[in-house]
Design a protein around this ligand. Sequence first.
Ligand SMILES: NC(=O)c1ccc[n+]([C@@H]2O[C@H](COP(=O)([O-])OP(=O)(O)OC[C@H]3O[C@@H](n4cnc5c(N)ncnc54)[C@H](O)[C@@H]3O)[C@@H](O)[C@H]2O)c1
Ligand SMILES: [Zn+2]
Length: 373
Amino acid sequence: MSSPRAEAVLRVDLGDRAYPITIAAGGLGGLGGVVAPLAGGRRVGVVTDARVDRLYGEEVRSSLARAGLDPEWVVVPEGEGSKSLDTVSEVLDRLLAARLERSSPIVALGGGVVGDLGGFVASILLRGVPYVQVPTTLLAQVDSSVGGKTGVNSRHGKNLVGAFYQPRAVYAAVGTLLTLEDRDLRAGLAEVVKYGVIADADLFDWVEEHAEALIRRDTSCLLHVVRRSCEIKADIVARDERESGVRSLLNFGHTAGHAVEAVTGYGTVRHGEAVAMGMVFAARLSREWGLASDDDVERLMALMGRLGLPVEIGAVEREAFLSAMAGDKKVSGGALKFVVMRGIGRAEPRSVAVDALPETMESAVRRGLLAWA
Ligand SMILES: NC(=O)c1ccc[n+]([C@@H]2O[C@H](COP(=O)([O-])OP(=O)(O)OC[C@H]3O[C@@H](n4cnc5c(N)ncnc54)[C@H](O)[C@@H]3O)[C@@H](O)[C@H]2O)c1
Ligand SMILES: [Zn+2]
């Protein structure tokens, strides 16, 4: 049995909806102890994907059993395809058939896909039941499990159906990251670098100093980045839960990143890989606008390179990329809300006319800031 030792407990300060983020160095042995106090009876629903179920199903079952809980287990296929309304309907059906009650918590056990799906199911099941995020990918531990954005994709686009619905607890066991595919680990590190760029130059420096140890999955290094990232995200969410202000900075690299994901087809490029390309794109436009320096752009690119992340969007067809950017769900009145950097550690939103984008990109290409096939 792995140790339930908590290395850190942080708090997302949202008044009467505040919740703890437990960061554990080991595995999932302590999960039952976090879920039990939230449950009105013995029943809980567990939503997970097939791979995570194979790797951690048994450990979680026995932890829940030790805490006196009786889980209804729902396994969905792994991958972005499970973030669909069809899957929502199947999961709801299973949980309703099992007669879960309003006081039965849902445990979302897995990466961002299961977290977004499970959270959304919890938000609508019996008009809302408590849920616990148990992120098992780096991306989910540093980003998607905190903040209450839940939802699924529609054939009209990504994350277009969903709700803001905060979990009652987050339980991040860093030991689970040891089984991640290398590509998923690297993709998660892109979001860590993002926090450095938008809010914390020290974190950026730290990742520069520890890039190789992170790739090697040194536990204390992973603990540090998960903890620091959660602190930053929790602080931003507490100040702006519904993204009317500072929370929009978390979209740094995401406007172009989402366009890359849309053009290449969801699931081909990892979300974090698309964000890596999008951050470099945003840094180059920031340079083009005179907000960031050559040195800032070079540092960001060098770090991405050492983390094994892609930086060039150039292989993506340019017209398709531009039209995907123009179709972003954050476009309003012909203007795109684009996050720019003003050096490492400082970012701000900037409104960019969609019509002006091609010319801005042309000019950046002419100055050698952007390369496009
Ligand atoms: N809600 C938010 O605020 C938010 C923020 C960022 C991203 N997201 C969403 O998150 C999703 C991406 O999340 P992701 O990158 O975690 O993808 P994912 O959930 O698909 O997980 C990636 C792969 O890793 C596997 N996996 C999970 N844990 C594992 C482990 N411990 N060991 C081995 N394999 C494991 C999964 O089975 C899957 O095959 C996207 O849908 C994105 O839109 C949401
Ligand atoms: Zn992201």
